[in-house]
Design a protein around this ligand. Structure first.
Ligand SMILES: NC(=O)c1ccc[n+]([C@@H]2O[C@H](COP(=O)([O-])OP(=O)(O)OC[C@H]3O[C@@H](n4cnc5c(N)ncnc54)[C@H](O)[C@@H]3O)[C@@H](O)[C@H]2O)c1
Ligand SMILES: O=C(O)C[C@H](O)C(=O)O
Length: 345
């Protein structure tokens, strides 16, 4: 075949690929991926189910809750996208919901009301997370687990202990979802720096509660010469972002829509990592040796085919951030210990 003919076939194929891509069809083989959402009928669960239904990397979307999921599943299943949707309700259906899952997202549990801390949710949510983690160990021990249920600083160590006891623990596969802190830091920074939010990046390290949330505005891009007072106010607003929403909702729960957005970004990163997309980096609360006395810590992590591929260093911190890092250690340490103690009872 003449080279010119080969070239014209090649360009016809590319034209038809981009035509298919514009119409939303996959042009490269996309692996089958099952995503399970536990707590799918809740305030986060419903919009998160919608966003995951829109994700072309998902082939099976499994929606589980103690009640209400058949309705959510029927509703979401009519949307014109790749995945097959199934709803499962009640503990007896949990195994089916989880079997074969590649990614399990957990927004199950009670949210805060005004005046409460995330730790006030421990008594109820710790038990829920323990039982869901037990089922994950049994039905899909190799799944990447995205923990949203609060208090994340404790629920991740709880899940780790449950997996250890079951003999299935792989620290690379367990993630506390802290993406909402990054989402907030980006929005608040873009507002002050007067730059388009789509161009902004801000790492957020530590944990996911109050002072344990430590945004690193000194590393924010694009850089802006914000003065110390502005940085301090941005830091405080990011740390109190959840409380800002809880107060505004006045007893009707905590962040759901922005959390669904954040959860969908993080789950998409996990799917891309599993599919071998290079350089997938997100902040997440994982088993870490970055701060030696804290076994779990949020920082930038590279996600790959086996989960956490690399925990990236903290980079250089400003004096203000270094102080924040020292301040957060004791609270984070006691939240981790509380989770471990609960799970080992
Ligand atoms: N990580 C974060 O950044 C972040 C952000 C927002 C909210 N949260 C947390 O997410 C959790 C859920 O918040 P929400 O607003 O969706 O609450 P919600 O009450 O609206 O929904 C929770 C859902 O969990 C379900 N559920 C309860 N027990 C369950 C079990 N054993 N198995 C499966 N499902 C169960 C409930 O039926 C309900 O549908 C809360 O703990 C909240 O604090 C975390
Ligand atoms: O603030 C909460 O209780 C929910 C969540 O952790 C958040 O950051 O919005």
């Amino acid at each position: 075949m003449r080279p010119s003919m080969l070239r014209s076939i090649h360009s016809a194929v590319s034209r038809s690929r981009s035509h298919l891509a514009r119409r939303g069809y996959a042009t490269e083989p996309v692996p089958e991926r099952k995503v399970a959402i536990l707590g799918a009928a809740g305030g986060i669960g419903q919009p998160l189910s919608l966003l995951m239904k829109l994700n072309p990397l998902v082939s099976t979307l499994s929606l589980y809750d103690i009640a209400g999921t058949p309705g959510v599943a029927a509703d979401v299943s009519h949307i014109n996208s790749r995945s097959e949707v199934a709803g499962y309700a009640g503990e007896e259906e949990l195994g089916k919901a989880l079997e074969g899952a590649d990614v399990v997202i957990i927004p199950a549990g009670v949210p805060r009301k005004p005046g409460m801390t995330r730790d006030d949710l421990f008594n109820i949510n710790a038990g829920i997370v323990k039982s869901l983690a037990t089922a994950i160990a049994k039905y899909c021990p190799h799944a990447l687990v995205n923990m949203i249920s609060n208090p994340v600083n404790s629920t991740v160590p709880i899940a780790a202990e449950v997996f250890k006891k079951a003999g299935t623990y792989d620290e690379k596969r367990l993630f506390g979802v802290t993406t909402l802190d990054v989402v907030r830091a980006k929005t608040f920074y873009a507002g002050k720096a007067k730059v388009p939010v789509a161009d902004v990046n801000v790492p957020v390290i530590g944990g996911h509660a109050g002072v344990t949330i430590l945004p690193l505005f000194s590393q924010a891009t694009p850089s802006a010469n914000l003065n110390a007072d502005v940085i301090e106010a941005l830091t405080k607003r990011t740390q109190d972002g959840g409380t800002e929403v809880v107060t505004a909702k006045a007893g009707k729960g905590s962040a759901t829509l922005s959390m669904a957005y954040a959860g969908a970004i993080f789950a998409d990163a996990c799917l891309k990592g599993l599919n071998g997309v290079p350089d997938v980096v997100e902040c997440s609360y994982v088993q870490s040796n970055i701060i030696s006395e804290l076994p779990f810590f949020a920082s930038k992590v590279r996600i790959g085919k086996n989960g956490v591929e690399e925990i990236l260093g903290l980079g250089s911190l400003s004096d203000f951030e270094q102080e924040g890092l020292e301040k957060l250690k004791s609270e984070l340490k006691s939240s981790i210990e509380k989770g471990i103690k609960f799970a080992s009872q």
